[in-house]
Structure formats: C-alpha cells, structure tokens
Design a protein. Sequence first.
Length: 210
Amino acid sequence: MDLVNISALVDFFSQFGHEFAYIAVFLTLILCGFGLPVPEDISLVSGGVISGLGYANEHIMFAVGMAGVIIGDGSVFLLGRVFGEKVLRIPFVAKFLTPERFAQVQDKFSKYGNWVVFMARFMPGLRMPIYLTAGTSDRISFFRFLCLDSFAAVISVPIWVYLGHYGAKNLDQLKTWVHQGQVTVFSLLGLGIVILLTAVYLKKKRSEKA
C-alpha cells in the first residue's frame, strides 16, 4: 500500500471540506467496486486519515466506508444479475472479466460454494470478477450475497479506517500499522480458507459414506 498514493488521495478528499469529504469517500468507494484504478483499501485508509486530521468524524467515516463498500459491491452483483452472461460484452467489464477468467471463477463457486463471496473481500483484484460472476449465477441470492459481503466488510473496513485515523499525523508509523493490518487481514483470510477447505473435505467424506 503506497503512502504516496494515500497522501494524494488525502489531499483530494480534503479539498471537499467537512461536509463533502464523506460524499467524496463514499462515491470513490462505489467507483472502486466498478474497477476504478484506486485500491479500495487505500481509499478507506485515506478516509481514516482525513478524520484524524479533523475533516471528518472517524465513526461516521467507518459507517460511510461500510455503506460505500456494500453499495458498490451490491451494484456490481446486480449488474451481473440483470444482464447475465451478456455482461461480458460490456466494454469496461470485458477489461476485467475475460471469458476464461469468468470460467475460472465459476469453477471456484462449484468447488467452494457461496463462501467465495466472503473470501473475495480480502482479495484485491478479484473482488469485481467474483461479485459480477456471483450476480450472473443462480447459486446465490442477492440477500445472501449482501449478508456474506457485509460480514467480510465488518472485518476489513474498520481495520483500514481506524488505522488511517490513528496514524494520520505520523505517516511513517502509519506505514508500519498498515503493513501489520495487511498481515492481520491475510492471516484471517488464511484461517478462513483452512476452515472452508476443511468443511468441503468433511462434506465430501459424508457424501461418500452415504
């Protein structure tokens, strides 16, 4: 996570003042869901930083972060649900989701089920393809998607927002905290994968016995 990018994004958000800083972060997060070339995590950390600098309240920023992330993800899902596999023909979608990648994500759903949606929250670069593919599939309802996505977001969003808030006045220290936060998130992801694989293995064993 590049601190230069964080600084640039903080400067951008700060230009909007107290009232509109929330809107700027919210809209940026929604656009991140559609492939805006700004990492979502950087946007959340930057939102935390501007709260630490007095441009916003950190708790409201957390709520704004949650709303932006979930609405952005939900919009991507609905795009897939409305257009189905025809969504692959939309130019901006085709850049992120090739037919080959679409098939790979479908295979992941077949193997691991709906929990792929939960894991996607911790895999930058794969979120949009996975959420879009989930939308084209009948394997998961919109309500279940939102539940899984919200569950994952409750883990990741506060980490980045509050790290940004408490490290706002010391970017060198923030760099260390961000690294530790990444380690924490990926550790949780690793634990989740182990649990998921174990559940799949046990389910397969039970099916074989039956």
